[in-house]
Design a protein around this ligand. Structure first.
Ligand code: UTP
Ligand code: MG
Length: 692
């Protein structure tokens, strides 16, 4: 049974985990600022500036980042027409550590954001990117992935316009004074290495720490930076139906009255002193929008239950009441950055402020201050040197690996080609069979019209003939009628007047012609219809012949659905082959680039031995050995492993092999992994789904 403190309710292990906070709570804290000499603040400043100088991203990594962004832009231009890809976050504001991520925002209104993110995740997986994760339920949903060559982590969000504005705000603050960037980077480095800069694990995000650091520079005496959101002329912007005040001063430096001349060491000590001795969050909200602490009451951000201490005591309760350590977002003023905190995380933050102050007040240095607490939470894997593994190799070996990869690529390409042509054939067959089926349908349709039309023709013919068997053309009758009519109605020469008998005959002939005219008209109509039907019948027979002609007899080959299925299966088979092909091409490109560079600089070691070796075995072994060693060391350090890493691991002796080998190799690592079990990140915080 562990001993529980009667005053705080903390268990013994919790007291051991947070000794400084515990002493403070029971009123036994001995923290106070010793006299810090000017030389020690200068020493601290020097160390910080040296650390900052190492945060410059190398040219090759910058190029790599730009290359990835360019590649994504091209892909998105095709997939999401009219979209725009913008960089934001620390890689835009310059307030990032060397291994910081790249934050990208895709502005696109054609589809729902979650659907777009799903499509992006699929696209990235197809492109062979590592660790593609879709975080759909966060406040701002994102797709995360890691560029496999450089290990640069990349986050993509959709229509995250406010983040683009706040990045601009942070950049403007950074440009106000040359101390802003080193100061913020120092706080971020401390928070990262002390395990309190990870929103997914229930501590503040990197962005929150940037705001906290800036707030300290606004509230120093005199301030280092002004409040650049001040001003009478306000700029309002509606985003997703909500109006935001995104006012920002054009001339921020003119807003400062007095000049602060403290060095970064002093500013950092003041920062930790103010949090350790005057914990602001009992009564206040940190607000860079206001340039000062504002009261919880004015913000209506009363701390809600359960409070931090109650939540950590209750071992089942992983939830923390709202507004525990409130930090207001500068534009989205309803957003409290402390909403991601979990009880252990909030306790850790308090403990780390106290520890930092204790170290500095006792004359501790920058290295001690930022000692790594949880190595697994620090991304030190970003490969800033794209050719690191090749530098140690002889150029002949690199050439041999290159040849090996090229021949692997050509085998793979021909395998893909074979499948491609098989697939094309399958698609052609399916199309032909489908067309045949369609033709059969058309043939039946035409044939079905023939019989009824034939019957109709007979019927019309019969009718026509029954109306007038001696068919006399209508135009002849009409001519004759007009002649008779003329004779009957012409002026009569009295000397040659026709006899009555003759006149009667003419009248009777006229009436007969009239009757004949009617019959003949009817016959003409029926004859017309008869001819039309005959024409239709002829056309139908002609079409039928055509259809029969074009439909080759391929139905014996089977059903088109089988060929569709085959085409689909071949496509699925080819997908991973394409991924592998892209990987090989990338690696070939890298080796070629290295050989070009090293050829120019004479950088790679030259192979003077000119030995004839068993080619295949040597290249593969070298490459595999490098891979295996890297994978094993990552596994031993508790790092993330991809499927291909696991494959490498299993084919080289499995997990048991690392425990034996790695422990022999590196005693420190063993210590680290033991430490992991006691870390707060493996407890409730690590396991909980909340806030992820
Ligand atoms: P990050 O947490 O990645 O911060 O958020 P960062 O400044 O880029 O730090 P590192 O270097 O990667 O560690 C990226 C951006 O997302 C927006 C901010 O614009 C931030 O700069 N963001 C983040 C918000 O607007 N709100 C949040 O709660 C978090
Ligand atoms: Mg970032």
């Amino acid at each position: 049974m562990s001993k529980i403190c009667e005053i705080t309710g903390l268990t013994q292990s919790q007291q051991d985990k947070w000794p400084l906070s515990h002493s403070l709570m029971i009123g036994e804290s001995k923290l106070k600022m010793e006299n810090i000499s000017a030389s020690s603040t200068e020493e601290l400043s020097k160390d910080i500036l040296e650390f900052v100088s190492k945060q410059e991203v190398s040219k090759s990594v910058t190029e790599r980042k730009e290359g990835i962004i360019k590649h994504l832009k091209r892909r998105f231009d095709i997939k999401f027409r009219g979209s725009k890809l913008t960089t934001f976050g620390s890689s835009k504001s310059g307030l990032g550590l060397r291994n910081g991520d790249v934050d990208l925002c895709l502005e696109f209104s054609g589809e729902k954001p979650k659907k777009v993110l799903n499509k992006i995740a699929r696209m990235l997986r197809d492109d062979g990117m590592e660790d593609v994760t879709l975080i759909a339920h966060a406040k701002v949903p994102i797709v995360k992935f890691v560029d496999q060559r450089s290990k640069i982590p990349i986050d993509i969000s959709i229509n995250n316009s406010l983040a683009i504005y706040n990045t601009n705000l942070l950049k403007t603050y950074s440009d106000c004074d040359s101390r802003v960037r080193p100061f913020i980077l120092a706080i971020k480095q401390w928070a990262l290495h002390r395990g309190i800069c990870n929103a997914a694990y229930g501590t503040f995000s990197s962005y929150a720490w940037t705001l906290i650091a800036l707030h300290s520079l606004q509230t120093s005496n005199p301030p280092v930076v002004p409040n650049i959101q001040d001003g009478s002329k306000r700029t309002l912007k509606v985003i997703d139906g909500t109006e935001y005040d995104i006012t920002m001063s054009d001339k921020p430096t003119e807003l400062l009255m007095d000049k602060n001349s403290q060095n970064i060491g002093e500013l950092l000590i003041n920062f930790f002193e103010s949090f350790a001795l005057n914990w602001p969050w009992d009564e206040k909200v940190l607000s860079i929008r206001s340039g000062k602490n504002i009261t919880r009451n004015s913000k209506k951000w009363k701390q809600q239950k359960p409070f931090i201490i109650d939540a950590v005591i209750d071992e089942h309760n992983v939830r923390l009441g709202k507004h525990s350590l409130p930090v207001e977002d500068p534009f989205d003023t309803m957003h409290d950055l402390s909403r991601v905190l979990r009880p252990d995380g909030a306790m850790e933050i308090r403990e780390e402020f106290l520890r930092a102050f204790k170290i500095l007040s006792e004359g501790g240095d920058w290295r001690k201050l930022t000692e790594t607490k949880f190595p697994e939470l620090v991304n030190d894997t970003a490969n800033t040197d794209l050719f690191e593994d090749l530098r140690k190799m002889e150029s002949q070996d690199v050439k041999e690996i290159l040849e090996d990869l090229q021949s692997e690529l050509s085998v793979l390409e021909s395998e893909i080609e074979v499948r491609n042509s098989e697939r094309k054939n399958a698609i052609d067959m399916s199309k032909a069979l489908r067309k045949n089926a369609e033709l059969q349908k058309a043939e039946n349709k035409i044939a079905n019209t023939l019989k009824p039309r034939r019957e109709k023709i007979e019927q019309v013919k019969k009718q026509r003939d029954s109306v007038n068997n001696n068919y006399i053309p209508v135009h002849w009758i009409e001519n004759e009628m007009s002649k008779v009519f003329q004779r009957l109605t012409e002026d009569v020469d009295l000397m040659r007047a026709p006899s009555l008998q003759k006149e009667k005959e003419l009248f009777s002939w006229f009436f007969e012609l009239q009757s004949m005219h009617e019959h003949s008209k009817k016959t003409r109509e029926l004859h017309g219809e008869f001819k039309k039907l005959l024409r239709e019948q002829k056309t139908a027979l002609f079409e039928l012949d055509n259809v029969k002609e074009s439909g080759k007899d391929i139905s014996v080959l089977g059903d088109y659905a089988n060929f569709d299925d085959l085409a689909h299966r071949l496509l699925l088979e080819m997908n991973p082959m394409h991924t592998e092909k892209r990987k090989l091409k990338r690696e070939i490109g890298r080796l070629e680039a290295w050989l070009r560079i090293s050829g120019r600089k004479g950088g790679a070691k030259k192979n003077h031995h000119n030995k004839k070796r068993s080619k295949k075995n040597n290249y593969s072994k070298k490459r595999d050995n490098i891979n295996v060693a890297e994978v094993k060391s990552r596994a031993a350090a508790g790092g993330s492993l991809s499927l291909s890493d696991l494959d490498t691991l299993l084919s080289s002796g499995g997990l048991s092999s690392i425990t034996k080998e790695q422990t022999k190799e590196d005693g420190n690592r063993k210590k680290k992994s033991r430490k992991k079990n006691f870390s707060p990140h493996r407890g409730n915080r690590g396991r909980s789904k909340k806030g992820m």
